[in-house]
Design a protein around this ligand. Structure first.
Ligand code: IDP
Ligand code: MG
Length: 148
């Protein structure tokens, strides 16, 4: 079992894609173990993207991701990190495969709607950064909740 950090970025929220994007993770069979909406502060955004601090697009990326609400989520499942990356698709929406989130909704490199952890180490540090309060352990059993 793995837990991965997934974040719908401001463009995904602004474009009204939150429901569709979350639905894809639910339908896939991943389990939602944390979710909240926040407007990221500078320090959190810079820590999250610290690996890109020397890249030319870094300052633009920080102002983009702090520009409005994002949806922070933790999704759990077997190989959840790689499974989520495959659902998300490659970074540039114009090249991302159809059927992926970026491939279906995106036309840009910077505005690509969603972040997903790329390895166990980044998942652990990103979950600690965005969810210092921790995640929820709960048993998912859909059929049990159809009739009271
Ligand atoms: P990833 O989100 O697919 O893991 P990364 O290479 O880790 O892609 O880059 C992190 C984020 O930085 C991307 O999702 C995108 O929003 C932004 N980004 C990456 N490369 C560029 C670029 O060349 N121009 C503008 N933004 C970029
Ligand atoms: Mg990345």
């Amino acid at each position: 079992m793995q837990t991965t950090y997934i974040m719908i970025k401001p463009d995904g929220v602004q474009r009204g894609l939150v429901g569709d994007i979350i639905g894809r993770f639910e339908r896939k069979g991943l389990q939602l173990v944390a979710m909240k909406a926040v407007v990221p502060d500078q320090a959190t955004a810079r820590a999250h993207y610290a690996v890109h601090a020397e890249r030319p697009f870094f300052e633009g990326l920080i102002s983009f991701v702090t520009s409005g609400p994002v949806i922070c989520m933790a999704w759990q499942g077997v190989d959840a990190i790689a499974v989520a990356r495959r659902l998300i698709g490659s970074t540039n929406g114009r090249e991302a495969a159809p059927g992926t989130i970026r491939g279906d909704f995106g036309m840009d490199m910077g505005y690509n709607m969603i972040h997903g952890s790329d390895a166990e180490e980044s998942a652990a540090s990103e979950l600690a950064l965005w969810f210092p309060e921790g995640t929820m352990a709960w048993t998912q059993d859909a059929q049990r909740w159809v009739y009271e």
